[in-house]
Design a binder for this molecule. Sequence first.
Ligand code: AMP
Ligand code: ZN
Length: 134
Amino acid sequence: MKNDCIFCAIAEGEIPCFKVYEDDLVLAYLDINPCSEGHTLVIPKAHYAGLLDVPDAALGEILSRVKKVAAHIKEALPCDGFNILQNNGPAAGQSVFHLHFHIVPRREGGEPLSFKSGKGDMAALEALAARIRL
Ligand code: AMP
Ligand code: ZN
């Protein structure tokens, strides 16, 4: 547990939450500022700041729980689809620095999540892929 971390405090039961699911590894609860009805956060009980901080084996287990909770929400609400979002760093909109996955239920005809995009320049994309290729 990290002292000044609100999600650690929620995982410890020191701060209440609207719990959806819990097991040894994760806790899932409603986001208090929902993007849609059923917007849920899945957090590991252990503190990791973000995606690059969690060991691969733990990440795999956490993602299996994200899938489990999302599948359950899709049936229980219901909804037509869902987005999984996971922000890393302030520039990406991360505001709580304890790894968490957003499950955002979506309905046909609902407002689209806005990812503003432009038409890519093929030559620039080719150069960029070469630059960042693993
Ligand atoms: P992010 O911007 O990806 O770091 O997301 C953090 C999310 O945590 C935001 O959507 C907040 O609404 C949500 N949040 C912050 N505090 C709480 C809380 N006490 N209970 C539930 N959700 C919270
Ligand atoms: Zn934490």
